[in-house]
Each structure stands twice: as C-alpha cells, then as structure tokens.
Design a binder for this molecule. Sequence first.
Ligand SMILES: [Fe+2]
Ligand SMILES: [Fe+2]
Length: 475
Amino acid sequence: MSSINYSEKIPNNVNLGEDRTLQRALEGWQPNFINWWDDVGPDGSTNYDVYLRTAVSVDPQGWAQFGHVKMRDYRWGIFLNPGDANREIHFGDHKGEKAWQDVPGEHRANLRRIIVTQGDTEPASVEQQRHLGLTAPSMYDMRNLFQINVEEGRHLWAMVYLLHKHFGRDGREEAEALLQRQSGDQDNPRILGAFNEKTPDWLAFFMFTYFTDRDGKFQLSALAESAFDPLARTTKFMLTEEAHHMFVGESGVSRVLARTAQVMNELKTDDPKKIREAGCIDLGTIQRYLNFHYSVTIDLFGADQSSNAATFYSSGLKGRYEEGKREDDHVLKGQTYKVLEVNNGQLVEKEVPMLNALNEVLRDDFIKDSVAGVNRWNKVLEKAGIPTRLVVPHKAFNRQIGALAGIKMSPDGKVVSESEWNARKAEWLPTPEDFAFVASLMGRVVEPGKFANWIAPPVMGINRQPVDFEYIRFG
Ligand SMILES: [Fe+2]
Ligand SMILES: [Fe+2]
C-alpha cells in the first residue's frame, strides 16, 4: 500500500487506524512534537505561508504536491516504502532467512540504540538551523531551509513510529527523550558531536547540508538494508527526502563560488581583503569552512575499529552502503580492510578484520561521494577562469573520534608538531575573524527575485516556478 491516508489526524500509509493503542500513543506524542516545533523550530516563522512539498504517495512518480502552507500545519506523518512479504535477509549470519517484521528479543537493545541515534539527529538539525530564516539571502533560500526543516521533523516521526510500535514502554520513553535533548545544551545535549555544533551562518548551512546531510544518506542507506523490515522500508523513503537536502548544500556552495569568481574577475584580484571589501566570501574562507564541516562529519561514522559495527552487521541490523550491489559473500568473515594509525609520528596503514572496520568502510564510501561534488564545485571556478581549486582535507585532519583522534595533521596529510599546528591552525580552520566576517554579510533579503550580494541566483526555481516566485507569504 503506497497511497497516503490524509483523512486521519496522523497521515500514514501503515493502516494506523487498525491499531487503536498505537494510534492513541502517537496522538499523545503529537502535541508534544508541535510544542517542540513552536519552541525550537524556525524562529519567528509561525505566520508564514511557505511553498512546501508534501508527500502524497511513496511511489517514485507523483511523490509530492506543492502549495503554500503554514509549517506547523505541515502534514507530518508515517510513510513506509511498500513491503515485500518474501524479502530475505541478504547479509550477515542470518543471510537467507526471512526478514523480520518484529524485533527479535536478542537484538532489541542494539536496534533501539540505532533507531534512537538516527532519530536524535533529525530534530537536532532543526534546532541548529532555527535562526537562519532571520538572515536568509533570498526568499528562495528561505523556502529551501524551511522545506528541509519540516522534512527533518518528518524523519523524527519516522523513527518515533518505530519506537512506539516495536519497543513498548522503553520506546515511548525514548520518543519523549528525543524532544527533550537539545542541540548544544550543556546538561542534555544531542547524542552526536556534529549535531551539537552551531550552524551560525548560511555558508555553514550549505556546508552542513552538503556534508552532514550526506552522512545521513549513508547511514540511512546502511539501515535500508536492515533485516528489520520496518526500519528498511522507512529509511528507504527518508532517502528520497534527503536527496533534496544535499542538493540545497551543493547548489548553495556553487552559487557562492559563482558570485565570488565573478567579483574576482571584475576586480581582477585574488586578494581576500579586496574580495571581502566587495562584500563577497574569499575562497580561503570557503576552504576553511569546508575543512571544518568535512572533518566534523567524517567523525560521525564512529571509531575506525568497532566491535559494535561488527555485531550490527553480522546480526543483520545494519548493512553496507549498496550491500546488494557488492560482489562478495556478504558475511565478511576472514576478510580484511586497511585502516590508518600513527606509528612513530608517521601515518601507517594497518590491515584489520573487515567486520571490525565497517565504520571505516562506510566513511570511505562517504568520502568518495563527497569528493565527486567538490569536483563539481571546482568546475564553477574552472569555467570562470579562476585557477584555485577546493580540496577535501586528509581523512586524519582534525579528527576527534577513533585512532586518529587528537593527532595534529595538516589538511594535506602531514603529521605536524603541536607548535606548527598552533601556528597554522588559522590557515586550516575557520577563525573567529572568518566567522565575524561571514556574519557581517548575513542580512535578510526577502523581496521575491532579489539575492544577497554574496551569492548568485539559482539557475532554476522550485517546481518549475520562476526564480522570483513568491515562495513565502509573510502573514
Ligand atoms: Fe533527516
Ligand atoms: Fe537531511
């Protein structure tokens, strides 16, 4: 069943009406969610009518319907991709057995932890981005921000549904806790580091949606392989929404680069000072933002060697990215993988059991995917005749998690001394001055079709609307 029932209080395609207890429990959670949205969702946006897409079906065609709605009236709901009654587990020790429709007792704690950790990131990013509407560089960009925010809200719904339906009282408690932790909170922070960082400005937002939402893509892809079928089906649908978030990041950075390159050509300069005086973001600052968001995001994949990663895979809870397309035995016992460590001040490769290195496998898949988009950014510079290129830093740069945590490493992969790190850090990571400069550019531009000076307009509008369409009506 793929069409969505919007006649119920909670839109869904899971026949929620047939399970009164579950329906009541979720209807009890719903007002708490709305309170959370009102408290820490997009700042000052309550009366805006926003041109949002809403899922009408989970089919690839006719996914969405567009129209102006108030965000708190967005139809958040529960949408699973269609199931296949004969689906088999296709990796790990249970390979060839039937996929699970319920949670096996022995995997309950691990599955709950996986779902809670994923669920926690969704409201966290809304909290991180809540002030950005106040400084949007255009109405078009503001609308994209809000679209992402409502969809992250829906992703929270997706995980809360699984907790309520499959984890009884613990699940209900975890669902409440998801609304209580808060990004950056001293006493009750979000679970993962990158989700407690600030997203202070729109360059950070574009980097976040490019890199950190892409972490989401890889985690969700790994969960979409899960032997626990409801998790696989719900994450598959979430992936279709995630694609838009990464588009916003990729095209956003492209537009910043296009505008910077234009000013560099007009002024015939690559002097950062002159570019800044012209009200644009110099390429050095963009590179430092990239270094920061990339390094913080690759930490999200966890320790390079992890017995939990091995357990999650072997027990069928979490697969690899595109598990089905890989040509190996999908059990991985006796296979090895190379990870990095530092030995006598030098980076060395070390061969370890692949099952323990699955976080690193997923991180490396992420890195390949990220680099492809960075190359597309460089095409913007190339086309404009600017010789500078953006690069992703070395995998060991600025890491806080795993064997590389705390190692002092230059972006090009040389181990450096503490004093060299301190002397050159300002070349490699955004400085307080960088943040202050970027912040000084952030002013709200909301007239349809107008854009802030530091960013080029997009090539196309949303849903074939013109770029100067009234994407938001301010009430
Ligand atoms: Fe999400
Ligand atoms: Fe996302």
